[in-house]
Design a protein around this ligand. Structure first.
Ligand code: GLA
Length: 372
């Protein structure tokens, strides 16, 4: 199986948009390794839209890399990325043109899959703009089959923004992750709406194919291609913790070459990443007495542990409870819960319930186990 836990990596779109180049990719590859992102699990470096010339090569019908942005071609970039121990990702679209109006792969699926394989590509994001009037899912079956027959293992990252009840059929296409929502923008409203919209869909996300709620905006601070106001550091902590608790793919979208210490610490937080990458891949659930604004999430983990997240999405300080009865720990069990804070390592023991009194737009996350 190519994908056993949620994929992790970096994608150019959120920060760079059109402004991608050979040097941006090489510098990002260096940063992924030198700053410890690869060690933390981020292995895919993905070039999003805008990497090619506006038209295919008339002689070969192939998509060709933009000569100014990538003067050495894609194979050379890919070789560099691989030389750093990373995996190399690219982008195309199920329609005739990509979302930014470059050539798409419609009716060129097999040729393009082969071209990506020649580049040494390990990951293909496959978008949904400018498609002809063909049943959407059919376009993903096509590219899924083309990738399976291109001679190389390529992670297939479908991106149809949740259209056509994608969660119901996308696993059949061979996709390994699938975008389930519209595009993320750099604001609290955007990431929280996106995460909340998928709370009831993570039952469809499992080894083999994961629900992708888009690239993270953590660390963007209102700079780059999807800036719409930005977030505070505390809000980015909520975003990252939500993605981790939900078991969503972790694709970084900030400029990782220039992050402050708090963001670097957050994005490489081993305990949060361990929750995200838990091999059992169990979907988190919202216990019955929690609401969407002051939300508790519980996720069962391997080794009889579980994670509890307290997300205060209101603007006000509030008291939040997790009643252990709601997550299956009855009074008659005689069990208490040991909670280890994933940010500080502090341990507490609670019985019957755990209470948090926390500021608006902040969260707490614990790794937990029962004690008798
Ligand atoms: C769509 C996708 C984005 C990004 C852009 C590129 O909007 O959802 O993630 O790939 O296209 O044009």
């Amino acid at each position: 199986m190519l994908v056993k836990t949620p994929p992790m990596g970096f994608n150019t779109w959120n920060t760079f948009g059109h402004n991608i180049s050979d040097s941006v990719i090489r510098e990002t590859a260096d940063a992924m390794v030198d700053l410890g992102y690869l060690d933390a699990g981020y292995e895919y470096l993905v070039i999003d839209d805008c990497w090619s010339e506006r038209d295919r090569d008339p002689a070969t019908d192939k998509i060709v890399p933009d000569k100014n942005k990538f003067p050495n071609g894609m194979k050379s970039v890919s070789d560099y990325v691989h030389s750093k121990g990373l995996k190399f990702g690219m982008y195309s679209c199920a329609g005739v043109r990509t979302c930014a109006n470059f050539p798409g792969s419609f009716n060129h699926e097999y040729l393009d899959a082969k071209t990506f394989a020649e580049y040494g590509c390990d990951f293909l994001k496959y978008d949904y703009c400018n498609r002809p009037d063909v049943m959407g899912r059919h376009l993903y079956y096509r590219m899924g089959m083309a990738l399976k027959n291109c001679g190389r293992d390529i992670l297939f990252s479908a991106c149809n923004w949740g259209s056509d009840n994608v969660h119901e059929w996308i696993r059949s296409s061979g996709a390994h992750m699938y975008r389930s929502t519209g595009d993320i923008f750099d604001s609290f409203q955007s990431f929280s709406d996106i995460a909340l919209s998928q709370l009831d869909k993570f039952g469809y996300s499992a080894p083999g194919c994961f629900n992708d709620i888009d690239m993270l905006t953590c660390g963007m601070y209102n700079k780059g291609n999807v800036a719409t106001g930005g977030c505070t550091t505390e809000e980015y902590i909520i975003e990252f913790a939500l993605w981790c608790m939900l078991g969503a793919p972790l694709m970084l979208g900030c400029d990782i070459r220039n992050q402050n210490e708090a963001m670097h610490k957050l994005l490489t937080n081993r305990e949060l990443i361990r929750i995200n990458q838990d091999p059992e891949c169990r979907p988190a659930f919202v216990p019955s007495r929690s609401s969407q604004k002051d939300m508790v999430l519980c996720k069962y983990l391997e080794n009889d542990e579980f994670a509890l997240g307290f997300f205060n999405l209101t603007e006000h300080k509030c008291t939040m409870f997790s009643y252990f009865e709601d997550i299956g720990i009855t009074n008659e069990s005689g069990c208490k819960v040991e909670l280890t804070d994933v940010f500080t390592g502090n341990k507490t023991i609670s019985s019957e319930y755990h209470m948090e009194f926390i500021e608006g737009h902040t969260c707490r996350v614990y790794r937990c186990k029962l004690v008798h």
